[in-house]
Design a protein around this ligand. Structure first.
Ligand SMILES: Nc1ncnc2c1ncn2[C@@H]1O[C@H](COP(=O)(O)OP(=O)(O)OP(=O)(O)O)[C@@H](O)[C@H]1O
Ligand SMILES: [Mg+2]
Length: 266
């Protein structure tokens, strides 16, 4: 199963001195991060470290307090930026799929193409079928979300994002709400997107706790804690031989959850 890659390249993400505060709570405290075109970067880190906020600042779901974010060379934090135009270039997949329950899989992939990109029905449906086929759901185009497993719904959400022809894709814990047996199919789609059989892969910034996926697919792993990047590097280095104690502690909890539960108070 290989996701259909749309005509995308040239999309790189450059984050410089990014800060975000909610009131007195400074959640991002100066993030510098670059994702080159076609590169896959996995972000890991404890709950509350600012991973989702980082992604949300990239597509302007949150307004950064300071710093710059460039996507494909365009400064999305410029005061005169067209937010809708920015969001069209960035696909985002969340933990919750947020499909319309009254629309079929096909309808869910068609609707934003029609409303946002103003594509005609025939073209939007053709692209939707291609993308649904790409995520392994050619036989589910007529199914409603309630008739699909969580993994299938998440793959519809990925197809929906790809149908918009994004330059970059952001994933925020796309498999963490899924039953374990459904995780593999979603990760398989993401792997196909990152490493297509031909051509350059999608530029991807992925928040995940799936260390096997990070190890195999990521070009780089970034460990965040307390709103800063503590360390980053090739997956084998960061995951198997972390330089920082905080990274080691986090990884021991993620890689061996049973051991982490020992000593919990309740
Ligand atoms: N809209 C908001 N208003 C106020 N505080 C917020 C808002 N969004 C996030 N925060 C705070 O920012 C901090 C970082 O949250 P964020 O969701 O980015 O963490 P995370 O690393 O994604 O955590 P998790 O692994 O649990 O998803 C938290 O302390 C959170 O309470
Ligand atoms: Mg989060």
């Amino acid at each position: 199963m290989t996701a259909v890659k749309t005509e995308t390249s040239g999309g790189a993400i450059e984050i410089g001195g990014l800060r975000k505060a909610f009131g007195a709570n400074e959640v991002l405290r100066g993030i510098d991060l670059r994702v080159a075109s076609g590169e896959v970067v996995c972000v890991i880190g404890p709950s509350g470290s600012g991973k989702s906020t980082l992604l949300r600042c990239v597509n302007l779901l949150e307004e950064p307090t300071a710093g710059t974010v460039r996507v494909g060379g365009v400064d999305v934090t410029a005061p005169d930026v067209d937010i809708d135009a920015v969001r069209r270039r960035i696909g985002m997949v969340f933990q919750s799929f947020n499909l319309f329950p009254h629309l079929t899989a096909l309808g869910n992939v068609v609707i934003a193409q029609r409303k946002v990109l103003r594509r005609g029905r025939a073209e939007a449906e053709r692209i939707a079928r291609e993308q649904l086929e790409g995520v392994g759901l050619a036989d589910k185009t007529g199914s409603y979300p309630a008739q699909l497993s969580g993994g299938q719904q998440q793959r519809v959400a990925i197809a929906r994002a790809l149908a918009m022809g994004p330059e970059v894709m952001l994933f925020d814990e796309p498999t963490s709400a899924l039953d374990p047996e459904l995780v593999g199919d979603v990760l398989g789609v993401m792997r196909g997107l990152a490493r297509p059989g031909e051509g350059r892969g999608m530029t991807m910034l992925v928040v995940t706790h799936e260390m096997g996926f990070a190890r195999e697919v990521a070009d780089r792993v970034v460990f965040m804690d307390g709103g800063v990047v503590v360390e980053e590097g090739p997956p084998a280095r960061v995951i198997d031989d972390p330089a920082h104690e905080r990274t080691r502690t986090f990884l021991s909890r993620v890689l061996d959850p049973a051991a982490a539960r020992v000593g919990e108070t309740d």
